[in-house]
Design a protein around this ligand. Sequence first.
Ligand SMILES: [Zn+2]
Length: 275
Amino acid sequence: MPELPEMEAWRRQLDEPVAAFPVAKAGPAHIATLKTFDPPLAMLEGRRFRGAERRGKRLLFPTDDGEVVLLVHLMTAGRLRFVPAGDAAPKSPAFRLEFAGGAQLVLTESGRKKRAGVWLLTPDAAEVELAHLGPEPLGLGPERLGEILHGESRRLHALLRNQHLIAGIGRAWANEILHAAKLSPYALSSDLDDEEVARLAAAIDAELERGLELREHGASDEQTYRVHRGLGEPCHVCGTPLAQVDFEEHTIYYCPTCQTGGRVLKDRRLSRLLR
Ligand SMILES: [Zn+2]
């Protein structure tokens, strides 16, 4: 799933082109993709976007007259593309916007399950839709992070991915951040001391900035991730083969030397716990 670095790189790329021309035709949209019907999509036609904004992992396209906001959540397999005028566009995307002049904004989703979503909302309704999200992780700082960590006792990997607490980090960047902070994914948030909180705050900024810079330059997953999906590869810090463990519905990747004092983490899949 694209996370903050990927979505922010996309936002920067889309900001100018989506505002260049008014929308000529909004839709069609797959019935499972379009989550709202009022206001109707046709309301976008003839209006121009102010640009692209982002909140957590979601992209927002407000119209420049302040009337409506198009909100896009790509989930795991959704992909948003800007297709310049004259270029070939996908034939039956999950959602399509055509601009005056012929350029298109197209959402596609691989696989049969349609999970990505598009909402057309008034600015007030958009605020309500986003109200459950925690603060943005970039620049969060040790003080605010400390309050979140000590506010409830959760395992660090799960806490970082919880969008209600911090919005924008998923499993890939949680792996990268915890490795950079030299903290166990299973450590309890309430157990962290001030020095560990400061280390985690610094790692959040450093890793997300690193990811954003790489993604802005078009880096692939392999070029971007140093820990995520790296089972058996040498840790880039100490050379120990990276390990993996299943936790809830996710696979966590970590370095046993850098992060867990040599301990191998135990499987905590939900399916296993329920047996
Ligand atoms: Zn290591």
